[in-house]
Design a protein around this ligand. Sequence first.
Ligand SMILES: NC(=O)c1ccc[n+]([C@@H]2O[C@H](COP(=O)([O-])OP(=O)(O)OC[C@H]3O[C@@H](n4cnc5c(N)ncnc54)[C@H](O)[C@@H]3O)[C@@H](O)[C@H]2O)c1
Ligand SMILES: O=P(O)(O)OC[C@@H](O)[C@@H](O)[C@H](O)[C@H](O)CO
Length: 383
Amino acid sequence: MKALHFGAGNIGRGFIGLLLSQSGYEVIFSDVNQALVTELQKRRAYTVTLANEAKDQLQVTGVTAIDGTKIDDVAAAVAEADLVTTAVGVNILKHIAAGIARGIEKRIESGGGPLHIIACENAIGGSTQLKEHVFGHLDEETKTKATKLVAFPDAAVDRIVPIQHNEDPLEVTVEPFYEWVVDESAMLEGYKPVAGVHYVSNLMPYIERKLFTVNTGHCAAAYLGSLRGYETIQQAMADETIVGEVKATLKETGAVLVAQYGFDQDAHDQYIEKIIGRFRNDQLTDEVTRVGRSPIRKLSPNDRLVKPALQAHEQGMRPVQLAKVMAAALHFVNADDPEAVELQQSIKDKGIGQTVSHYTSIPEGHPVYGLILESYEAVANQR
Ligand SMILES: NC(=O)c1ccc[n+]([C@@H]2O[C@H](COP(=O)([O-])OP(=O)(O)OC[C@H]3O[C@@H](n4cnc5c(N)ncnc54)[C@H](O)[C@@H]3O)[C@@H](O)[C@H]2O)c1
Ligand SMILES: O=P(O)(O)OC[C@@H](O)[C@@H](O)[C@H](O)[C@H](O)CO
């Protein structure tokens, strides 16, 4: 069985590639990083180290890679694959869509079998978004055929994998915990489950619980930590003031999630505590620049800050803490992050008010807009 995985980066090698390999797949990575591709082709194996006391190691074998810039090679791999997955970043999905579309055309021409394409990105409806990009490259007749042959089940993935600083460029250190949840209702009949994947009939509670707890809490630690001059999540989480802020933020998203999905309050509180423990894992060094990366994406309407804040407001709450984290995100400075640069430029050129309404889509005059603006001044003085 062959799995084609787009993105041989941290999650690609440290989580998805590992699980697929353990499930008996020959994993073919597609990446645009030539050094990674060459190394994977040469060695056909890599090591995953668990960030636990024992630093347990797992060997992933039988892997290879293709050059993701060569669209014909990508299309051929899609045509032949038994499963396709991605972990490239949600904003990159549009760039891999043409190769996938051409691969689907080839697959249909050659009478190939059914195919699942699963985007493992931090986003609500990642595979659905990928499908829209892919279908944008297909004609009507092919779309009709592809609808029957190819499924794009959405997914939620959870495992903290920091930027790697290992001597071996393929080795990847990951936290021991992982969770991969896939929307079973979108799977084609007779599918072969991947070991370690949890298939559920309704994904929404799982993806929102993950994004609005793990990722909201994580970016709270990153943005508030960055304001205080911390460089890593571990440093930030050693400061009890930041821990208190993260918990207060997750109290707000927790109230939204419990009200919306009927989660048991005690079970949800335990979920939060476990996540705080994961952020504190001192076997990992996770930079605030990685966790806070792409602040425009993180401040977008359907993501980890704005969506729960608006839901909290609709449920009659005042999301002051989420507003504070958004304000801290608007202070996030990183010259190496194009989105952070764009955001700071926008604040300079257009002012904070227009920047907030433009990137969050929260209209001027909305109570949550007011809370963000109030916090923007206040957090700057808290540095
Ligand atoms: N790292 C984590 O802790 C974590 C956990 C859960 C989910 N995620 C999600 O997984 C995705 C990837 O994150 P990451 O941390 O592994 O990032 P990463 O930067 O380590 O990996 C992304 C990889 O995609 C490759 N890539 C870029 N453009 C490409 C293209 N056109 N074709 C093929 N490959 C391309 C890059 O070269 C890189 O190797 C993101 O959506 C992220 O939100 C990350
Ligand atoms: O990948 P992002 O930029 O959406 O978010 C940064 C981190 O919060 C994220 O990568 C987490 O480490 C991961 O989502 C844990 O499952």
